[in-house]
Design a protein around this ligand. Structure first.
Ligand SMILES: NC(=O)c1ccc[n+]([C@@H]2O[C@H](COP(=O)([O-])OP(=O)(O)OC[C@H]3O[C@@H](n4cnc5c(N)ncnc54)[C@H](OP(=O)(O)O)[C@@H]3O)[C@@H](O)[C@H]2O)c1
Length: 320
């Protein structure tokens, strides 16, 4: 049985990835910061949960050694420059070194649409810049190199760049539906930004397809994961209300906020304790559309037909 370690395997996408990998006959290891975060996957057969600090390089290398493949789904959406650097750049450096030392043959790294490994500094937000830098780190390691005793042969690398991901338990359509159940109006920043939502099961299928050879696409491969339909953020908010039946399916009036008001809103939200719903950095990410460039292969290159949002969202959004 081939062994795979899935970093971030307890998360929204990670749990689906673990389920599919197990169905494909992999033996799966999932490191987590807290065992209690893994209750959603603990029941799965052929899966071992490890409580581990991934940022402790020696501990990470010890956990990675002996696996044939690694999937990295660890990411944060909010934080300061140092936090993004720590999770999206420093961690991939440690992952790369652990994979090279441990002889891991295949790596699948989940990035995001809008990340740019060639010119990360040109991306509009800390999130996207750090995602691009993380990609660059892995691309360099995958290529192998060095001379003499330091020579190493690299690894097979797939970088997946999804647009916003929907599916049961998402923090996206569910959030917009919930907000409209509570508030009479939807003041919305970035209302005109376009997205190409992709189904979580299609993302998980893409991970598996990459591990099975990516339909013969040469390594390293960067694949854009996007659904069949493009929506503005405003349309997505309205769709969430329509499907969940808020105000008889009409939803709340959406007030598109000008940039300054959006930034003020995000700053105020960021002052509240806990994980913010929205940050100024999120708004910066929305300065560019979140749709496939069309210059890179997509789901179809892996033999996957992208699923449409509406029929799936109708199955999991709770109707009021
Ligand atoms: N969801 C989307 O719409 C979307 C869109 C584009 C790209 N993506 C990308 O897809 C990947 C998976 O996203 P997701 O929505 O499944 O994320 P998620 O649900 O937030 O899961 C991320 C996982 O990473 C681990 N993690 C988070 N912060 C960490 C930290 N500081 N140190 C170590 N581990 C940490 C957590 O594991 P433990 O709690 O078990 O430690 C968590 O289960 C990410 O790379 C994300 O950027 C997601």
């Amino acid at each position: 049985m081939k062994k795979i370690i899935v970093l971030g395997g307890t998360g929204f996408v990670g749990a689906r990835v673990c389920e599919k990998l197990i169905r494909e006959g992999w033996q799966v290891t999932v490191p987590t910061r807290r065992r209690s975060n893994a209750t959603n996957i603990m029941h799965l057969p052929s899966l071992t949960v490890l409580e581990l600090d991934l940022h402790d390089e020696a501990a990470l290398a010890g956990a990675v050694a002996g696996h044939d493949a690694l999937v990295n789904l660890v990411a944060i959406l909010h934080g300061d420059q140092a936090a993004f650097e720590h999770v999206h750049v420093a961690l991939p450096k440690k992952i790369a070194r652990a994979c090279l030392a441990g002889g891991v043959a295949q790596v699948v790294h989940i990035s995001a649409l809008g990340a740019d490994s060639l010119q990360p500094e040109k991306s509009p937000s800390m999130y996207l810049r750090s995602k691009g830098e993380g990609e660059a780190v892995l691309l360099q390691a995958a290529a192998g190199g060095g001379a003499g005793a330091a020579a190493h042969k690299g690894f097979d690398l797939s970088i997946l760049r999804p647009s916003v991901i929907f599916g049961e338990g998402d923090k996206f359509l569910n959030l917009f539906a919930k907000l409209q159940k509570v508030f009479p109006l939807m003041p919305l920043a970035g209302a005109a930004t376009r997205f190409q939502p992709v189904w979580v099961q299609d993302v998980a299928s893409a991970v598996v397809a990459c591990l099975k050879g990516a339909n013969g696409q040469a390594s390293p491969r960067i694949i854009e994961l996007a659904g069949p339909d493009v929506y503005t953020l405003k349309e997505i908010v309205q769709l969430a209300a329509q499907i969940s039946g808020v105000a008889g399916g009409l939803g709340r009036p959406v007030i598109a906020l000008p940039t300054w008001a959006g930034r003020l809103q995000a700053t105020l939200i960021g002052l509240a304790p806990g994980q913010p719903l929205m940050s100024v950095d999120n708004l910066d990410s929305m300065k560019i559309d979140n749709v496939a460039s069309g210059k890179l292969p997509g789901l179809a290159s892996l033999g996957i037909t992208a699923s449409a949002l509406k029929p799936i969202a109708q199955q999991y959004l709770v109707r009021t």
